[in-house]
Design a protein around this ligand. Structure first.
Ligand code: NOJ
Length: 493
């Protein structure tokens, strides 16, 4: 059956629950998209002059850290199959494709002295293919794959990285910016820093919680700001695009209506999301982080806070470096107050000091910690509106994993319907949400979980050399939503 035939046949089979789903049309100019990231889909890890990055290195040197010893060496082979990817996007009828650039495919050493032309051509071709098909590129400049040579000299916790990233970003604007309206400097800095330099579950696997993560964040914020200013001063007038950063969080719901739990939930949001968002959308790190980390650091015997301080100039330079707000949100957690953890080793989580948990009776996706909480996204979006002065928001990722190769993924259909319903309700609440991207366009390499967890609207057969792509039932539903702007059978204006 052709892809088109499959999609229409599945669409008929979907029973769209009308009951509690928001039945208002999404605004006409609301943008629907789908997302991926370079290391997770491209493969061709050492082809055509690409340099080694921290995920290549991490996986090749410690294969046991990844489920089934999986690697991203070939992944979805999008380096060779990008035209198929664009055909899928076209079939879905989405407005934009969010993908990321592999820094070491463009700059094999990480520095701008050597530009790898085949890498540049690959992205130029992808962008052209998208534009020819009426799909806007939304480009993430950095989605976790740092060139290994830059890690060898310190990576994100080292100051030199700010300038290295700024030069890389400038080159990206120069090379691709004439055809790009939406940019993101970074994807999920929390995961880069906590995962890479705090708990060590992401590359480069450094375990220095309460220190490495804070230093990493400090430079990411400066690097983001520098890239935004470069765009603003050198490119905005001619390219007229928009630059932001995508920050992720769970929604933290107070475990009870006690004052202590309300405080704990707000603290969790500030430590998780506000850590990055407050310096950019307001100014400086959240007060609660500055106070708690300084107190605990001194009690631990440090001479100064483990949270580095910005100068007044830096605070002013970072504040306001956004043209819209990018957010990734998947799940929620209950937050409860807890007794202060006795002074011991440095730890981001001791600094945070709350009890976070997900009740067993919340519905799970395939990963038990990824509970399905559609109501959380509405609360989160409203919190963003209140906390950051109602910015224009693009939900740059939202989705659900499963651990089998199911094509008739009715649970994912329900997930998208219910989360999008809450996004629509948030718009009615007055939140300025302008776009939404499903994670992911297709099944891909899910970091430490390898290929065991599948998020795709399209199934990818990782056992076939062709990496055959097949639309799932969720692709049919998402296509209907992207085309009609309606979550149910018929919508009201
Ligand atoms: C967050 C990350 O941006 C993406 O790389 C990851 O695959 C998805 N969420 C799902 O975990």
């Amino acid at each position: 059956m052709s892809v088109r035939g499959f999609i229409f046949c599945c669409l008929l089979a979907i029973s769209i629950a009308q009951d509690e789903t928001n039945n208002k049309l999404f605004p006409k100019d609301f943008m629907f998209g789908a997302a991926t990231a370079s290391y997770q889909v491209e493969g061709a890890w050492d082809e055509d002059g690409k340099g080694e990055n921290i995920w290549d290195h991490h996986i090749h040197s410690s294969p046991e850290l990844i489920a089934n010893n999986d690697t991203g060496d070939v992944a979805c082979d999008s380096y060779h199959k990008y035209k198929e990817d664009v055909a899928m996007l076209k079939e879905l009828g989405v407005d934009f494709y969010r993908f990321s650039l592999s820094w070491s495919r463009i700059l094999p050493t990480g520095f701008v002295n050597k530009v790898n032309l085949p890498g540049v051509t690959y992205y130029q071709n992808l962008i052209k293919e998208l534009k020819d098909n009426g799909i806007e590129p939304l480009i993430t400049i950095y989605h976790w794959d740092l060139p290994q040579p830059l890690q060898d000299i310190g990576g994100w916790p080292s100051e030199f990285i700010v300038e290295a990233f700024a030069e890389y970003a400038r080159l990206c604007f120069e090379l691709f910016g004439d055809n790009v309206k939406y940019w993101l400097t970074f994807n999920e800095p929390y995961q880069i820093c906590i995962g890479g330099y705090g708990l060590g579950y992401n590359a480069p696997g450094i375990k220095l919680t309460g220190l490495g993560d804070y230093m990493c964040a400090h430079h990411i914020l400066q690097a983001h700001a520098k890239a935004w200013h470069i765009y603003d001063q050198e490119f905005r007038a001619t390219q007229q695009g928009q630059v932001s950063i995508t920050i992720d969080t769970m929604w933290y719901e107070p475990a009870s209506d006690s004052e202590e739990d309300l405080v704990a939930a707000e603290r969790a949001l500030q430590f998780d999301f506000g850590w990055y968002a407050n310096p950019i959308y307001n100014s400086d790190y959240p007060e609660i982080m500055k106070t708690r980390i300084a107190e605990r650091s001194l009690a631990e015997g440090f001479k100064q806070s483990r949270l580095p301080a910005f100068t007044d100039e830096e605070i002013a330079y970072i504040s306001g470096t956004f043209d819209y707000m990018g957010v990734n949100m998947y799940t929620s957690m209950l937050a409860a107050a807890k007794d202060e953890v006795p002074i011991a080793e440095p730890s981001y989580f001791y600094d945070l000091g709350i009890d976070g948990y997900q009740p067993d009776d919340w519905e799970s996706a395939s990963i038990s910690t990824s509970k399905i909480t559609p109501w959380g996204i509405r609360k989160f979006l409203n919190w963003l509106k209140e906390t950051y002065n109602n910015p224009a928001i693009i939900v740059t990722e939202n989705g659900i994993p499963d651990n089998s190769s199911v094509i008739d993924d009715v649970k994912r259909v329900r997930f998208y319907r219910d989360y999008l319903s809450n996004v629509r309700s948030a718009i009615e609440d007055g939140v300025n949400v302008i776009g939404y991207a499903a994670w992911s366009l297709m099944d891909n390499f899910e970091w430490g979980l390898g290929y065991t967890q599948k998020f795709g609207l399209y199934h990818v057969d990782f056992d076939s050399i062709n990496r055959t792509r097949t639309p799932k039932t969720s692709a049919a539903y998402y296509k209907k939503v992207a085309e009609t702007h309606c979550l149910v059978d018929t919508c009201e204006e």
